[in-house]
Design a protein around this ligand. Structure first.
Ligand code: NAD
Length: 257
C-alpha cells in the first residue's frame, strides 16, 4: 500500500544492511515515500550507496555528521534545494565509548557521557531545528529510536541508558514545542536487534536470550517490524499521535518479575 506516496522522508542512521534505519528505509520505500539518506562520513558513503542500489528509486544521499552544526546546515541546504520541503525525519543514530558499554556505571567518564548525549540525544534537537523550516504546513512527523534501558537498568547498557532517557524526554519537549506547527515527534522503543551498535553492549547475546525467553511473543523483533512501526508513525495514519514512546519489543516491557 503506497500510504507514503508524495511524502519526502529524511533518514539518518543507515550504515549497513543490519541497521534499523535500513529496515525503516525499506518499509518507507515499499510505502512509496521519496527518500533522503545520510552517511556519517565520506568513508561510509560507498557502502550506503551500494545498499541503496536495492531500492526501486535512487534516494538523495549526502554526508552529515550530526555533531557538526555546519554539516547539518549544509545537509539541510541540500535537502531544501532537492525537495523544497520535508514530511518526515528519522533519527536512528547513537554512539558511546565502547569501554562504557559494560563495567561499572560509576566509572562513566565525563567525555564518554558528553559524547553519548551529544550524538544520541542532543542531535534530535539540532536535527529538528534544521528540518523545521522545511516542515512548515506539511503535518510532518519525526521519529527516533529508543530502548528499554531508558527506563529500567539493563546490565551493560550504562551510559547509553541515560542518553536514551534524555532522548525520550527530548521527544516529549519537542512534541510540545513543535505541535502547534503540526509537527509530531515520537520515539519507537525497539527490542534488541543484532546490529553493529548493539554488539558493542557487553552481554548483548544474553539480552536477546532473555527477550526470547520472557517476552509475550517468545521471540525477538526484526528490523522490518521496527521499520513498519516507524513508517506508521511517519504516516497520516498516526496523525493523532505525538510525544509518545511506542514499544516494538514483542511485549517484553510489560512483563514484571
Ligand atoms: P547501527 O550501528 O546500524 O546504526 C547507528 C548509526 O548511527 C550508524 O549509521 C552510524 O553511522 C550513526 N552515527 C553514529 N554517530 C554519528 C554521527 N556523529 N553522525 C551521524 N551519524 C552517526 O545500529 P542500530 O542498532 O541500527 O542503531 C540505530 C538506533 O536504534 C540507535 O539509536 C540505537 O540506539 C537504536 N536502538 C537499537 C537497538 C538494537 O538492539 N540494535 C534497540 C533499540 C534501539
Amino acid at each position: 500500500m503506497q500510504f507514503m506516496k508524495d511524502k519526502v522522508v529524511v533518514i539518518f542512521g543507515v550504515a549497513n544492511k543490519r541497521s534499523i534505519a535500513w529496515g525503516i528505509t525499506k518499509a518507507l520505500s515499499d510505502a512509496g515515500a521519496t527518500l533522503a539518506l545520510n552517511y556519517q562520513n565520506d568513508r561510509m558513503g560507498e557502502a550506503v550507496a551500494k545498499l541503496a542500489e536495492d531500492l526501486p528509486e535512487k534516494p538523495y544521499m549526502a554526508a552529515c555528521d550530526v555533531t557538526s552544526e555546519e554539516e547539518l546546515a549544509t545537509y539541510f541546504d541540500g535537502i531544501q534545494r532537492e525537495f523544497g520541503q520535508v514530511d518526515g525525519m528519522v533519527h536512528s543514530i547513537a554512539t558511546a565509548k565502547r569501554e562504557e558499554l559494560g563495567g561499572e556505571f560509576v566509572d562513566t567518564s565525563w567525555d564518554g557521557y558528553a559524547l553519548s548525549q551529544q550524538v544520541s540525544a542532543y542531535s534530535l534537537i539540532s536535527m529538528a531545528r534544521h528540518a523545521r523550516p522545511l516542515m512548515k504546513d506539511r503535518d510532518a512527523s519525526i521519529v527516533c529510536l529508543s530502548y528499554y534501558g531508558a527506563e529500567k537498568v539493563v546490565d551493560g547498557y550504562n551510559v547509553m541508558g541515560v542518553a536514551k532517557s534524555a532522548l525520550e524526554s527530548n521527544t516529549r519537549y519537542l512534541a510540545a514545542n513543535l505541535g502547534p506547527e503540526g509537527i509530531r515527534v515520537n520515539a519507537v522503543s525497539a527490542g534488541p536487534i543484532k546490529t553493529v551498535s548493539a554488539m558493542g553492549v557487553s552481554g548483548f547475546s544474553s539480552i536477546l536470550d532473555s527477550v526470547a525467553a520472557k517476552a509475550p511473543l517468545r521471540r525477538n523483533v526484526t528490523q522490518d517490524e521496527v521499520g513498519s512501526a516507524a513508517a506508521f508513525l511517519l504516516s497520516d495514519m498516526a496523525r493523532g499521535i505525538t510525544g509518545q514512546t511506542i514499544y516494538v519489543d514483542s511485549g517484553f516491557s510489560i512483563i514484571g518479575v
